[in-house]
Design a protein around this ligand. Sequence first.
Ligand SMILES: *Cc1c(COP(=O)(O)O)cnc(C)c1O
Length: 430
Amino acid sequence: METNISKTLFEKAKKVIPGGVNSPVRACRSVGCDPVFITRAEQATLEDADGNQYLDFVGSWGPMILGHSHPDIVAAVTKAAESGTSFGAPTPLEIDLAEMVTEAVPSIEKVRFVNSGTEATMSAVRLARGYTGKNVVVKFDGCYHGHADSFLVKAGSGVITLGIPGSPGVPEDIVRNTVSIPYNSLEILEKTLRDTALDIACVIVEPVAGNMGCVPPSPDFLSSLRKLTKELGIVLIFDEVITGFRLSYGGAQEFYNITPDLTCLGKIIGGGLPVGAYGGKAEIMNNIAPDGPVYQAGTLSGNPLAMAAGLAALKLLQAPGFYKELNEKSAEFADRLSGTAAQVGIPVTLNRVGSVMTGFFTDEKVYDFDSAMKADADRYGQHYRQMLSQGIYMAPSQFEVAFISAAQRKEDLDRAIKMTEWSFKKLLEK
Ligand SMILES: *Cc1c(COP(=O)(O)O)cnc(C)c1O
């Protein structure tokens, strides 16, 4: 497989863009190769600048649950563009999408649209602080909530794989108000939340962790979290930027039947365009400007192209049986991957929830950040390079998830299994 044009593009990009990329993991450093530059995509296939085709398991890191260039979404965006691309004024499309979101996720009585997941989580935390008059945010090690200052403490794959502890440029004064504790540890959770020396405004959690690889919540984790925060008057924020409209139409909160106070959305909700959203109880949301004193704004928020794309995507996701089919297809694929690993003799712990999964190169259980870190990232790097050479496009880090989309056909997944078997066998050669 020739990637000469991508190599030339990468050299050019590095001169004018830090690291040649606009988001760090795209540089592929943790898997030891250069990125390929993508020029087009359709359904489950990506094409790079050299004309190579890849079966896509990244799905733009989550949004492309329907595959690429879905004709309904392309048509909706095109139609919206013909009427103007931004007005800085309210539009009917925003109401339509807000109504769809509040219907899909009953805990969201009111919703505010922003332009990214980062903006959603950052704003939700500001709101929780403004509402409670308290400062401390509790998060979980290995969970990623975007790159706002207060979250860059033990913050998941992008930060982990670069080996940056938090990040320079984030003042200690800000991080002092962030407490990060292990995921899935009920004992530490209860002790932390009951610590009266802490002035806790909110807990923010990925209901299924997706940024240290896929780490599902243990059976009691989310329900205990809900019970404790309710008892203690702490705002519970579900960061459903990945899980929203992914695990089920109502997100992880429907999937696990737990109702948070605030929810952050992103990725799928924009149908592939830049959209984020945060919402929840009206009583809390009414504190946002202009109704209340907590300020949050955006020149391009509620952008008509983005709203049109989101609306088209959500309509498609309402198709009867959509999630059942996607989740069953993903379960079968995960079983076959585990079977292949066992048969070849490569230790793999496969974690999966719905259509999100990670095969960790370890024979130990993965239930939190420390156990995830036991996975063999170098082995993953080799596997990644081998798979890429055969036209399989996976996440360029051991600590990310694979996303299954509705566009992947049976023959695509068959081919992925075949290539995995070949690659696993090659891992054992030396
Ligand atoms: C991707 C992600 C974010 C950040 O969203 P961006 O659109 O990249 O800013 C926040 N939380 C979670 C759980 C994510 O996976």
